[in-house]
Design a protein around this ligand. Structure first.
Ligand code: AMP
Ligand code: GLY
Length: 425
């Protein structure tokens, strides 16, 4: 199998790594990849949204299977384009990608299918959003409320506000393009603020069947103790015990099955990877968001425990035969600690040489997945993005996995490197 992975982050490094271990892979490409991916795949200089160039590349190189990492590629319609050319590809089609690309579409979809989620309102302008807030629909001045840009914003379009005046300010800064592009914030979604523990449930889907991966917990805020702004994710733990059997059943019956069936009823049967971000509230699990792709860094902590060949699972997703595909996972836990550049998530500083990669990579049960890395003119690995490395470890239990990950983290450094030392605590 000649395989193409689309994307260039830590998630795509983990996906490419899983494909690189398959005996069925004869050639692996990644567009665009990064310095770590370049060690296991041939990197190709085509961006994720340049879907015509990607399709032409796949035809020219006789690619048998393409696997898409990032949402912007899916929202731009890469799956529809590849399928129209008879190319085999794993991922959500453009219609299904609206579950992530438009938060108002996702909320209205959940309403139509009675899927539990936070109460919400959709506003088409800043004025309308402010008048919803002032109407008291989300409580008085002291009520917390969540303000979201409707469109894709790399995890930065959500502001959790402690009061109405904070929410009014968030509406202003989102719609004026201070946090995300003004385009992403043309429509604003206001939500009741949910309280509970968050959990990420990611599944393989083939349009009618689905298979859950082990659950994971992301740590979204930049600062220790969950403080500071939201990021793309600063670390993850994954362990089956994050959900009880009852919770898992409830999530399947109340949320996942209605989502897959609802997508089918509405004419976009969901195929590919579905990520459901959940808040475990006192009144049960509620959906915070859908993503139509693997999470980053959830993927790093999940795929390290996948035993089944990802090529086989990918074919089952394309062929609609997931119900006949056995998927097995190593028993145990995984932890992933993100090392980020100075000043992430605002304006990360780049171009710093990374020390200690060889030493860290030798640690037992540790994988160093690269995110924002590149080679400089001297072929040294340097930082090239906000999230730089995803140091991932497995062990028979979570505290050992965390211990292993942090031991490897201690080997790594560059000027201004930042990470959270409280992942999994
Ligand atoms: P989203 O991208 O919509 O998942 O939002 C990013 C993060 O903001 C989530 O992972 C939560 O930590 C937080 N968040 C989003 N919606 C809510 C909500 N309704 N109540 C509380 N926190 C939320
Ligand atoms: N880690 C959250 C996400 O991938 O959206």
């Amino acid at each position: 199998m000649r395989i193409l992975v689309v994307g260039s982050g830590g998630r795509e490094h983990a996906i490419a790594w899983a494909f690189s271990k398959s005996p069925r892979t004869t050639k692996l490409y990644c567009a665009k990849g990064n310095a770590g991916i370049a060690e296991i795949a041939e990197t190709v200089d085509i961006g994720p949204e340049d879907i015509l160039a990607l399709a032409e590349f796949a035809q020219e190189k006789k690619i048998d299977l393409t696997f898409v990492g990032p949402e912007n590629s899916l929202a731009a319609g890469i799956v529809d384009e590849f399928q129209s050319r008879g190319l085999r590809i794993v991922g959500a089609g453009k219609d299904a990608a609206r579950l992530e690309a438009s938060k108002s579409f996702a909320k209205e979809f959940m309403s139509r299918h009675s899927i539990p989620t936070a109460a919400f309102a959709v506003a088409d302008s800043a004025e309308e959003a402010v008048s919803f807030l002032e109407s008291g629909r989300f409580g008085g001045e002291s009520a917390p409320v969540v303000v979201k840009a409707d469109g894709l914003a790399a995890g930065k379009g959500v502001v959790v506000c402690r009061s109405r005046s904070e929410a009014v300010e968030a509406v202003r800064s989102l719609t004026e393009g201070e946090i995300v592009s003004a385009d992403a914030a043309r429509t604003i979604v206001l939500e009741e603020c949910l309280v509970g523990k968050e959990i990420s449930v990611i599944l393989f889907a083939d349009g009618k069947n689905f298979a859950l991966m082990p659950p994971a917990r992301d740590h979204k805020r930049i600062g220790e103790g969950d403080t500071g702004p939201n990021t793309g994710g600063m670390g993850v733990v994954s362990d089956p015990s994050l959900l009880s059997a009852d919770q898992r059943d409830m999530i399947i019956e109340e949320i996942i099955r209605p989502t897959i069936e609802g997508s089918s009823e509405e004419g976009f049967p969901f195929s590919g990877i579905l990520f459901v971000g959940l808040m475990m509230t006192e009144s049960g699990p509620k959906v915070l968001e859908y993503n139509v792709r693997f999470g980053d860094p959830e993927t790093q902590a999940i795929l390290v425990n996948l035993e089944t060949d990802l090529v086989d699972i990918s074919e089952a997703m394309i062929e609609g035969s997931l119900d006949r595909q056995i998927i097995s996972w190593k028993e145990g836990s995984a932890a992933c600690v993100i090392l980020a550049a100075e000043n992430y998530p605002a304006q990360p500083r780049t171009g710093d040489r990374i020390e200690g990669l060889d030493e860290a990579g030798k640690h037992e049960c540790v994988e160093i997945f690269h995110a924002g890395t590149a080679h400089d003119d001297h072929k040294e690995v340097v930082t090239s993005g906000g999230r730089v490395l995803a140091v991932t470890a497995t062990a028979s239990n979570l505290s050992n996995a965390l211990h292993r990950a942090y031991k490897a983290v201690n080997e790594l450094s560059w000027p201004g490197m930042q990470y959270r030392s409280d992942i999994g605590k």
